[in-house]
Design a protein around this ligand. Structure first.
Ligand code: PRP
Ligand code: URA
Length: 210
């Protein structure tokens, strides 16, 4: 049985989440740490990749080794903040293809508004890892999964850095087949839909806007 949600409590992951939360962390460092976290979380989220036996010639002899086999991967960041996770993911799996889903939250209704979607043409044949550092109300992640499903994606995982209980509950209830990887589960949402204590606006902190 697959765990519906995996909270990654590795000390390095926790340390880096603390750096992201810190209001004094610069844009440059924030972006670097998001990428490093993505790299570490990718390691966990790809634990179930299949391998096959291969022979490799070392400088000394022939070695039996194991190499990746089976289904191919697609990484799909939700714009903008998910973009900050792509390089870290690709550092681990350079052969993965990258799709993009553009969504922003309407500041009044908090409902996601779609403005872009470009996915690999063979998305239905790939295992998809959806990327967004923040799972707040869960609206953006649920819409992104819906877009992916409509285009034929079957096996979808979600990697987020911080979630609110509300967003986690919504994603689990609307899309129970999506396995969720998180580095932190926070206390609640505030009246503006921000995760508390959270880290503020992830997109603004990655791209230095605001
Ligand atoms: C943020 C974040 C998520 C979304 C989460 O993006 O990166 O995509 O909010 O909130 P939700 O779970 O309530 O949908 P935002 O809408 O601020 O857009 P941006 O990344 O373009 O700034
Ligand atoms: N989006 C963010 O970037 N931060 C939050 O706390 C909630 C949504």
């Amino acid at each position: 049985m697959r765990e519906p949600m995996i909270l990654i409590d590795h000390p390095l992951v926790q340390h880096k989440v603390a750096l992201l939360r810190d209001v004094n962390t610069s844009t440059k460092e924030f972006k670097e740490v998001v990428s490093e976290l993505a790299m570490m979380m990718c390691y966990e989220a790809t634990r179930d990749l299949t391998t096959e036996e291969a022979e490799v010639q070392t400088p000394l002899a022939t070695a039996k080794a194991r190499v990746l086999s089976g289904r191919k991967l697609a990484f799909v960041p939700i714009l903008r903040a998910g973009l900050g996770m792509v390089d870290g993911m690709l550092a681990m799996v350079p052969a993965a293809r990258v799709g993009h889903i553009g969504l922003y939250r309407d500041p009044e209704t908090l409902e996601p508004v779609e403005y872009y979607c470009k996915l690999p043409s063979d998305i239905s044949e790939r295992d998809v890892i959806l990327l967004d550092p923040m799972l707040a109300t869960g609206g953006s992640a649920c819409d992104a999964v819906s877009l992916l499903r409509k285009r034929g994606a079957k096996n979808i995982k979600f990697i987020g850095i911080i979630a609110a209980p509300e967003g986690l509950a919504r994603l689990r209830s609307e899309w129970p087949d999506v396995q969720i990887y998180l580095a932190a589960l926070d206390e609640r949402l505030n009246d503006h839909g921000y995760i508390m204590p959270g880290l503020g606006d992830a997109g603004d902190r990655i791209f230095g806007t605001k």
